[in-house]
Design a protein around this ligand. Structure first.
Ligand code: ADP
Ligand code: MG
Length: 679
């Protein structure tokens, strides 16, 4: 009696049903038992007085009037009759099931489920059960099904499966953990998920399965992390503390406390024998680049090369310029490698790099091409890491002999996601902005107020400032009602005819983009109309206005990123969101944006509003899909599972005691304990 047996071992499942199940991804008995309902129909009987207005509920009573049937156009119909419920008379309405007229007669006992209108004392019926309320269908599981499979059949199949396999569901969790958290056993929990007696049971079952799911997930993360550390013996960078200190002292400003703290964390990682695998997160403008520079400098003093990889050419060039300036007094060679570095210069750059003559290399994806060889790569920093795929990140890491790796992100990641998506990383956070920054003032304007917005831009420009105007799409689409950057550019060019209005979008060539950006940075153009390509990292301190058209189309994190393009100088900066959101959620987002400038708060709200799947907006984020667990609501369970997993992985018992054998077996089965497959 193994759960790995095919579904056909269950009575009543023939070849045909087995095929249907297979199309739903259900191959084995175990798959069946773990095919959990995605919601439940509540058929628990209620007293009329306990039912709220508009609530869906089940009542039982006797038919008190002959049903009357009315037909409407298009074969629609309505059946109405009265029911006596206790001592109350209520109306029952059933739509589009005319055949019920002949089955419902005076005095018959019915159990009806539907939506209760308290004012009209009327139930709009969705489910009719002939006879008194029966106990065995109080809470009915609803499965997501494919093809010809019916809910009823599915329930029967699962019922039968439990009958045959009771007592055969293996229990992976040791008793002491189940007792500690008062968790039901695995088999019980699964049964309760499929056939809950009440909602408390359902809750207990969910809790148990979520814990198990998160524990296994965290075990994997912790094991990867442990191996990552063991694997990287000898990666210790012996940097020159004195030189690093004098570099820090050479900066035109004092580090914030947060910067000091993360610098310390990073430098400690560099000296440690294990390889650094750290995420540095900090809001836009919080000063991550300086921290990166300090780390790069430290690796140079240890006679290693450093690499900084960024997602766009513009950014690469900006970073290259600012690092070159910072390092000039220290005689350090910084070079740039992008796809625009061509011909002789490219050849020479690559040659110098392989000879170790270039100490710090800044670049785009160009850095991970095969022709790029480092001499002695010690530190890799990857900026805006979520822009790179998992593979790209790995390739660069493999260019050295286990170099230390620092990821940077300006999209603050809510803690719950950070420990799930990046559970195998250490996380450093810059949570304070450099002093003297004026928070950006954000306004929300409806489209009808555009004139006023334009006036406002004009005032700033007259004062010598510059503005960004962001539009969501670059081409007209009939289906989607969005502003079109080219149109907006045309309109604004007219309105601001005495100024230069630039246009930037993804269809431009990299060199064209750079040219536009350069002109804007040099204040040769005062207004830059752009799609979201300016989102990342660009630094033009004289720009003080960010206008975002159709702002409701963006998520909070993205709006925050865009807003972060301004407020980089000492002048007061503004962000104007032009939006007529149709949904409550959209309005909520606009309100939140006007109320908070804290990236972390925003990211938490973003996660709440959009859910973890959408948070990063791409599939490579590494946030796994869970069956039962929900990263937002099961946050406490996640924390608990994480602590337990860390304790287990670092204890000797876990690796030898028999009570943990089931867990080890599952991990082994999934290839987690297979060193070859470890990244
Ligand atoms: P991030 O990369 O986190 O968005 P940057 O490193 O580009 O932020 O820093 C934004 C600006 O703030 C830069 O002009 C930088 O020189 C400046 N800056 C960084 N740290 C400090 C500090 N401690 N005090 C004052 N200014 C700072
Ligand atoms: Mg940056």
């Amino acid at each position: 009696m193994m759960l790995t047996e095919p579904t056909t071992t269950v009575q009543g499942i023939g070849e045909k049903k087995a095929e249907e199940l297979a199309s739903m991804g259900i191959i084995t008995v175990g798959d069946l038992l773990e095919y959990l309902p995605y919601r439940y129909e509540d058929y628990q009987k209620k007293d009329l007085s306990d039912i709220a207005h508009d609530e869906k509920a089940t009542i039982e009573g006797k038919v008190h009037s002959e049903p009357s049937l009315r037909y409407f156009p298009k074969k629609k119909s309505r059946l109405t009759f009265r029911m006596l419920i206790g001592k109350y008379l209520v109306s029952a309405v059933i739509f589009n099931r005319p055949f019920l007229k002949n089955q419902i007669s005076l005095g018959l006992t019915l159990t009806l489920t539907g939506k209760w209108d308290r004012n009209k004392m009327t139930l709009t019926v969705s489910d009719v059960h002939f006879g008194p309320f029966s106990d065995d269908r109080k809470i009915e599981p609803v499965y997501s099904l494919k093809g010809l499979m019916h809910g009823k059949t599915m329930r029967k199949i699962i019922e039968q499966t439990f009958k045959q396999f009771t007592g055969h569901v293996p229990e992976p969790l040791p008793l002491y953990l189940r007792e500690k958290y008062r968790l039901p056993g695995k088999e019980t929990a699964l049964k309760m998920m499929h056939f809950p007696e009440n909602f408390q049971e359902l809750k207990a079952a969910r809790r148990r399965l979520a814990y198990e799911e998160l524990l296994f997930f965290q075990l994997k993360m912790q094991i990867f992390r442990k191996w990552n550390r063991q694997q990287s013996e000898g990666a210790s960078l012996l940097f020159d503390q004195k030189r690093v200190e004098s570099f820090i002292a050479s900066l035109p400003f004092q580090l914030t406390q947060a910067q000091e703290r993360v610098v310390e964390e990073i430098l400690k990682d560099l000296t440690d024998a294990s390889r650094m695998n750290r995420l540095l997160q900090g809001d836009v403008g919080s000063g991550k680049t300086v921290v990166a520079a300090i780390a790069l400098y430290a690796s140079v003093t240890a006679n290693r090369q450093g690499a900084l990889m960024v997602p766009t050419e513009i950014l690469a060039e900006q970073h290259f310029q600012s690092l070159k300036e910072m390092f000039a007094p220290f005689g350090i060679t910084v070079a740039l490698l992008t796809s625009s570095v061509k011909g002789k210069l490219r050849k020479e750059t690559l040659h110098l790099l392989s000879q170790g003559e270039i100490q710090i290399m800044v670049g785009t994806h160009a850095l991970i091409q095969e022709e790029v060889n480092f001499h002695k790569l010690g530190l890799v920093i990857i900026d805006e890491q979520h822009r790179f795929g998992v593979n790209q990140r790995r390739v660069l890491r493999e260019k050295g002999e286990s170099p230390d790796v620092l990821f940077m992100t300006a999209t603050p990641i809510p803690r719950t996601l950070a420990i799930s998506a990046f559970g195998d990383m250490d996380v450093s956070t810059i949570d304070v902005m450099p002093a003297g920054r004026k928070p950006i003032i954000t306004h929300w304007a409806k489209h009808g107020m555009l004139e006023r917005v334009l006036d406002f831009i004009k005032k700033e420009i007259v004062n010598g400032r510059q503005a960004y105007v962001i539009c969501p799409l670059i081409e007209e689409s009939e289906k989607v009602d969005v502003q079109n950057a080219i149109d907006v550019h045309g309109q604004l060019s007219q309105y601001f005819h005495e100024y230069e209005v630039g246009l930037m979008h993804g269809r431009l060539h990299a060199t064209e983009k750079d040219e536009v950006m350069r002109r804007f940075a040099a204040n040769q153009c005062q207004i830059l109309v752009s799609t979201t390509v300016v989102e990342v990292g660009v630094n033009v301190p004289n720009a003080t206005i960010m206008v975002i058209y159709d702002a409701e189309r963006f998520g909070l994190s993205q709006l925050h990123q865009l807003r972060g393009r301004v407020g980089r100088g000492s002048d007061q900066s503004y962000c104007v969101l032009i939006a007529d959101p149709k949904t409550e959620e959209g309005q909520e987002r606009m309100r939140i944006m006007t109320e908070t400038t804290n990236g972390f708060e925003l990211s938490e709200k973003d996660l709440e509003l959009r859910g973890p799947g959408d948070f990063f907006g791409n599939k490579q984020s590494g946030v796994p899909a869970f069956k039962v667990a929900d990263l937002i609501h099961d946050y406490r369970i996640l924390e608990t599972a994480r602590n337990d997993a860390a304790k287990l992985v670092n204890s000797e018992e876990f690796w030898k005691e028999t009570m943990y054998a089931p867990i080890r077996a599952i991990l082994e089965n999934e290839g987690v304990l297979d060193k070859e497959r470890l990244d």
